[in-house]
Design a protein around this ligand. Structure first.
Ligand code: GDP
Ligand code: MN
Length: 389
């Protein structure tokens, strides 16, 4: 998971790396007030998950609160490289003497940590590498030894620093490395790391990517970060956002009128193919990853059925790890909570087999869903229903 700049900077501060004083705002009124309070000049930065914002017009400088408000108006609600801008980070403008690059990453192949540093920061590291690879220090670390004072200082000297600034740069490298470790990050990057006229280093930009495979170890952090993701307004974007938030492994929208929910990737693909073979048009496809809870299937139903295009939903479950009694509870709970609001034109067809299937079907009986044990019968019914509407 890639973090927004403001999230990465919060982690920097918590781990001893200085960042410019700033605040996140999602309206130009807030920006106006903040700048009035902070004083100008400020830098206004679009909070999006793509790099190269500066060149694309997503990082702007303002001389007073009026200009800041105007810039914020242009940015917020607009987009940058196809990504919607929901908020901006407003920061005190740092007066930069020299821009450095400092970062740490996990080398994908060897799985070992690597420190990267350069005295040619600001531009992206690939172009520094292309123009002058001698300007980049790349230090592969031994995971058992880590980034010792000695190695950190050697790198700081190699980028051309001496005395106190050499020591602070080495300290920052160690903080970057400890963030990489502590939060299971695959990348921590400061570009530019600004050296000010007063000889202090400030992280002007911040980039952190966390290892999604380690989310179970960092669940608290992941929850906070996810809760801060901007909420899209409506339609397809909103449903995709809701699916991501509910931890639904796969949610796709195609073009048709049939919704599919399957309890595993294999089952899902099979259902998708069979539905097409029978002449059905699939609108949304949702796969629950082989181990669903009643809450997850209920959540998936909410999302799929909130799509007006869907007029029949096929739920295909092959209970291996999943228990059909639990799945049935999720389904009936959706119907009970929806009450009279279940749209009549949205028929729900369930096919279940495997662990505790009889119990599952018993729970479903009388709930108004059509339940099958044979997949072909279920699909025939679904395709027929999709034509009727
Ligand atoms: P990126 O383009 O997405 O990497 O965004 P950055 O945060 O790196 O900003 C782009 C560029 O804007 C930086 O490389 C800096 O040169 C410049 N910049 C950003 N913040 C400041 C600041 O506070 N003061 C000054 N002087 N320049 C800044
Ligand atoms: Mn940058």
């Amino acid at each position: 998971m890639r973090l927004y700049e403001f999230q990465a900077k919060r982690i920097f501060v918590e781990n001893g790396i200085k960042v410019p004083r700033g605040i996140v705002a999602s309206s130009s009124y807030e920006v106006f007030d903040v700048v009035k309070e902070f004083g100008a000049p400020v830098i206004i930065k679009a909070q999006v998950l793509v790099g190269g914002r500066g060149l694309a017009g997503g990082v702007k400088s303002a001389e007073d609160e009026y200009e800041a408000r105007e810039i914020a108006d242009q940015l917020i609600g607009g987009s940058l490289k196809n990504e919607d801008i929901a908020s901006v980070l407003v920061e005190e403008k740092v007066s930069i003497e020299k821009e450095f690059f400092a970062g740490a990453l996990i080398d994908y192949q060897s799985k070992s940590p690597v420190i990267i540093a350069s005295s040619k920061g600001g531009v992206d590291i690939e172009s520094i590498a292309l123009e002058n690879s001698k300007e980049i220090i790349i230090e592969k670390l031994d995971d058992k030894i880590g980034l010792t004072d000695y190695i950190a200082r050697r790198i700081a000297k190699a980028v051309g620093l001496k005395g106190r600034s050499m020591l602070s740069f080495a300290n920052i490298l160690q903080s970057i490395f400890s963030i990489l470790k502590k939060y299971d990050a695959t990348l921590v990057e400061v570009n530019p790391l600004a050296l000010t006229a007063e000889g202090k280093f400030i992280a002007v930009d911040a980039k952190i990517t966390l290892d999604d495979n380690a989310s179970f170890r960092q669940s608290e952090l992941f929850n906070v970060l996810k809760s801060e993701k901007p909420k899209p307004g409506q339609g397809s974007k909103l449903r995709k956002y809701q699916a991501e938030k509910a931890d639904i492994p796969t949610y796709l929208e195609l073009a048709g009128n049939i919704g599919i929910i399957a309890d595993g990737a294999g089952t899902g693909m099979l259902t998708l193919d069979l539905t097409k073979d029978y002449g059905g048009e699939v609108e949304s496809y949702c796969e629950l990853g082989g181990r669903a809870t009643p809450k997850l299937i209920e959540e998936a139903m909410k999302i799929v059925l909130s799509n007006e295009e869907v007029n029949v939903l096929l739920i295909n479950l092959i209970g291996g790890l999943n228990r059909m009694d639990e799945m049935a509870q999720g389904i009936t709970s959706y119907i009970a909570n929806k009450g009279k609001e279940v749209r009549n034109e949205q028929e729900i067809v369930v096919r279940m087999s495997g662990t505790l299937e009889e119990e599952g079907r018993r729970i479903l009986a009388g709930s108004g869903v059509s339940s099958f044990d044979n997949i072909y019968d279920a699909i025939e019914r679904v395709v027929e229903a999709s034509r009727r509407c």
